[in-house]
Design a protein around this ligand. Structure first.
Ligand code: BTN
Length: 253
């Protein structure tokens, strides 16, 4: 049986983690319940350096207007606020950070992959998702991680997975601490190092896939990911095409 930290222990536990590795994140606010940590960050007037975490998030937002299922007391929902930067770079930094944390927790028992732009996948199922939103002078990096879930709504049952289902018994506080340590490190990496880290976990490179960017659908072989520009796809009709991370989604692999 794992030791479960109470909500009262979260603030101290996360604050300790943020000082353990020096980086851009400095302060944490713990909410007992919120609809979305992204919305809460705006409502609270959060600033770069703040982290908002929720014991329970009821109406989380996903990319492209999708919903993120109610975490109950089983998932991690958090938003890290950083200075504005390119969405592509922030998405890649967050994806690398989550992978570093998941690999540490899973101790290499499973292969943790990134499905561009920022789904964290194990055995073809989604373990975590990332949403980057730009506001006035900062960016909100929202991260949702499945930790203890075992019952999924029908539409997610063959698409989602939790750490528990992978045989990893981890407390949510520990998952957040490892993820934030990963963020402190990845947000300080230069683009070259980020691309290298991403490339080691890239679940799409070399595969043929279809993408939607606005009204446009692009199909081709994925060549590489570059945090500066997005994703390079080799198409039959247009040659090499670059797709921006913020507005593109995978429609078929
Ligand atoms: C996706 O996979 O589409 C992105 C999901 C992002 C979910 C997280 S949970 C914490 C933060 N708050 C939100 O409302 N969304 C993000």
């Amino acid at each position: 049986m794992i030791q479960t930290a109470s909500i009262a222990e979260w603030e101290q536990g996360i604050s300790n983690a943020l000082t353990q590795v020096v980086g851009p994140l400095q302060r944490v606010t713990v909410l007992e319940e919120t609809r979305s940590t992204q919305t809460a960050a705006r409502d609270l007037g959060a600033k770069a350096g703040d982290v908002i975490v929720a014991w329970r998030q009821t109406e989380g937002r996903g990319r492209l207007g999708r919903l993120w299922a109610d975490t109950g007391e089983e998932g991690v929902a958090m938003t890290a606020i950083v200075p504005r930067d390119r969405s592509e770079r922030l998405a890649v930094a967050a994806a690398v950070a989550v992978c570093l944390a998941m690999e540490r927790l899973c101790r290499d028992r499973v292969r943790v992959m990134i499905k561009w732009p920022n789904d964290i996948i194990v055995n073809g199922r989604k373990l975590a998702g990332i949403l980057v939103e730009q506001v006035a002078d900062c960016a909100l990096i929202g991260i949702g991680i499945n930790v203890h879930q075992s019952d999924w709504p029908d539409d997610l049952s063959d698409r989602a997975v939790s750490l528990g289902q992978l045989g990893v018994q981890a407390d949510r506080l520990q998952v957040m601490v490892y993820t934030l340590i990963g963020m402190q490190l990845s947000l300080q990496m230069n683009d070259r190092r980020l691309v290298e880290q991403y490339g080691q976990r890239d679940g799409l490179a070399g595969r043929v896939a279809a993408f939607r960017n606005g009204q446009r659908e692009v199909r081709g072989k994925v060549l590489r990911v570059d945090p500066m520009r997005g994703l390079a796809v080799l198409t039959e009709d247009q040659g090499e095409v670059w797709l921006p991370a913020a507005t593109t989604t995978v429609v078929k692999e």
